[in-house]
Design a protein around this ligand. Sequence first.
Ligand code: FDA
Length: 305
Amino acid sequence: MLRSVILAASRSSQVERLVATAPLTRDVVRRFVAGTGTDDALRATRELVADGLRVTLDNLGEDTVTAEQATATRDEYLALLRALDAAGLAPAAEVSVKLSALGQRFDERLAYDNARAICVAADEAGTTVTLDMEDHTTTDSTLDTLVKLRKDHPSTGAVLQAYLRRTESDCRELAGAGSRVRLCKGAYAEPESVAYQSAREVDKSYVRCLNVLMSGAGYPMLATHDPRLIAIGEDRARWFDRGPDEFEFQMLYGIRPEEQARLAGEGYTVRTYLPYGEDWYGYLMRRLAERPANLVFFGRALASK
Ligand code: FDA
């Protein structure tokens, strides 16, 4: 219930104005977001890489409504990739891209062209691109774009969301050699017709999907902070004899950093999803919705002001 309310608020410009101007917000945002500019992103990337982690960078923003905004987002990614390359961080750091930030909602062709330009820049920098997955109305379009991008840029990855009923079947489609799939639970408010609603059903679906990916020939990226699912991932890695360069764990910046360090210390490949940029509102609200305890953190920051 609380989750649905917060997710509904994540689409409200009125609530956005309230949250963005609240004095506490900067402290809370800082926990989950590297900063606003490319320099902040590079600094945080350097620190994470020095700690033995890999990184995927997300230039925050979604649901752009004009071609100019979409092109500006593309250009920010191109600049970021050049900067990562120049700093020698590109092999350890890749980028995550939301197609809605590149124009998907109003011009799928434009979003594809923008994503392709980012893939070309990633190739030049010697790194990869992963397409984030947004709400279910975009799943087909995102997977179609993935197929097209992979023709020239086969290392392009995609996110699949275990809460969607279709995802086990999508995992089978994408479990082939060379395919990179980031498996997460899913962060949007979705109707029962397309998505499992209970945590138990979502977790069971996650395990089924994980089994498909870990037993397949692709490169699974297990994106979760859930201790039980991480333990199952470790178990399947042993069972299917996958070494540290044959799959990876992924977690969000600021969430369970000690667990990220533990897994990296045990020799697993661990990648931190690192968001940066001005447009943090939707991202922050989804993080709050995932864990109501974060609202307490939010409240404490307010009380300390
Ligand atoms: P769950 O929510 O059950 O959390 C398990 C435990 O992790 C909690 O008990 C808590 O300890 C900790 N935890 C989880 N979330 C926390 C939070 N916000 N704050 C503090 N602690 C928290 N979703 C999507 O729809 N599309 C996408 O493209 C992506 N991309 C993506 C990339 C990566 C690398 C990750 C890790 C996640 C995503 N997600 C996503 C988000 C994902 O769908 C999901 O909402 C979150 O990862 C939370 O789910 P968990 O699997 O962590 O389990």
